[in-house]
Design a binder for this molecule. Sequence first.
Ligand SMILES: Cc1cc2nc3c(=O)[nH]c(=O)nc-3n(C[C@H](O)[C@H](O)[C@H](O)COP(=O)(O)OP(=O)(O)OC[C@H]3O[C@@H](n4cnc5c(N)ncnc54)[C@H](O)[C@@H]3O)c2cc1C
Length: 248
Amino acid sequence: MKVELIACSRPLPGQCGTVTNLIGVTPNPMRVIEQAASVCYDSKPDFWDFKIAHNCAKTGHLSVYEHIYFTFHIEGISRACLAQLTRHRHFSFSVRSQRYCDESHAEPILPTSTNEDQDGVIADAYDYAWDAYDRLIKDGVAKEDARMVLPNGAPTELYVSMNARALIEASHLRMCHRAQSEIRAMFNAMKYCLAVPSPEIAAMMVPQCEINPKYQYCTEGKSCGRHPRLQDLLATATQQQSEEADKK
Ligand SMILES: Cc1cc2nc3c(=O)[nH]c(=O)nc-3n(C[C@H](O)[C@H](O)[C@H](O)COP(=O)(O)OP(=O)(O)OC[C@H]3O[C@@H](n4cnc5c(N)ncnc54)[C@H](O)[C@@H]3O)c2cc1C
């Protein structure tokens, strides 16, 4: 899998505080959020600590995070992973077309959870599928129809763009340990790409259970066990309340 950030919002020089374009000085996209958010409170933007933007995040006023955009180039993920990614309705996509592109000799994606023997089973199934694809193409079947035999593990390449809010909120779902390892790895790679150009947004890309570092809990029914389940915490609190009421 290859994930690279190819573009992100940049404040223009002279806008959003003093931003120089000298080599080595990269304008932080957070400045745009800080500038936009400051108008809500008639406040002076803090282009050093981004206090207003951070407070907006704390209080759930996340619409101000819709002002900045990121574009990623992604290669070597499976069509199964693509199907999951495209469920995020605020993301914009350009994907390699199986209708127009020749998919012969494509290197399929193997899951990370399988052992060597299981990989052999998967490789055999892939060989069979690609052999059928090649035979259909040779027989004059259109690529858009021949692709029907290709597996979920067929690789793809795409460009995907989204605003920071959409990225942060999708991360809460896809970085959860209950999400599949491939899409989890992809979101971790996106977070890694943002570490330098936009460290504040990278820091906000966490699983749902870690949004608030002080109160970590899992909202899933079946938890991975890293943090207590919200329903168990509430049950314990209710039990304690009724025990205290009984004592009185
Ligand atoms: C671990 C895991 C397992 C999953 N398993 C399945 C599965 O078995 N089957 C399946 O079909 N899907 C499954 N999904 C996909 C899931 O149901 C969502 O489609 C996906 O996570 C996108 O989330 P979303 O719809 O909240 O957000 P997005 O599409 O990213 O939208 C973000 C937010 O915008 C708002 N929004 C967007 N569109 C609308 C709208 N039309 N109306 C109102 N509000 C809107 C909502 O607040 C939404 O949360 C799974 C996801 C995960 C993370």
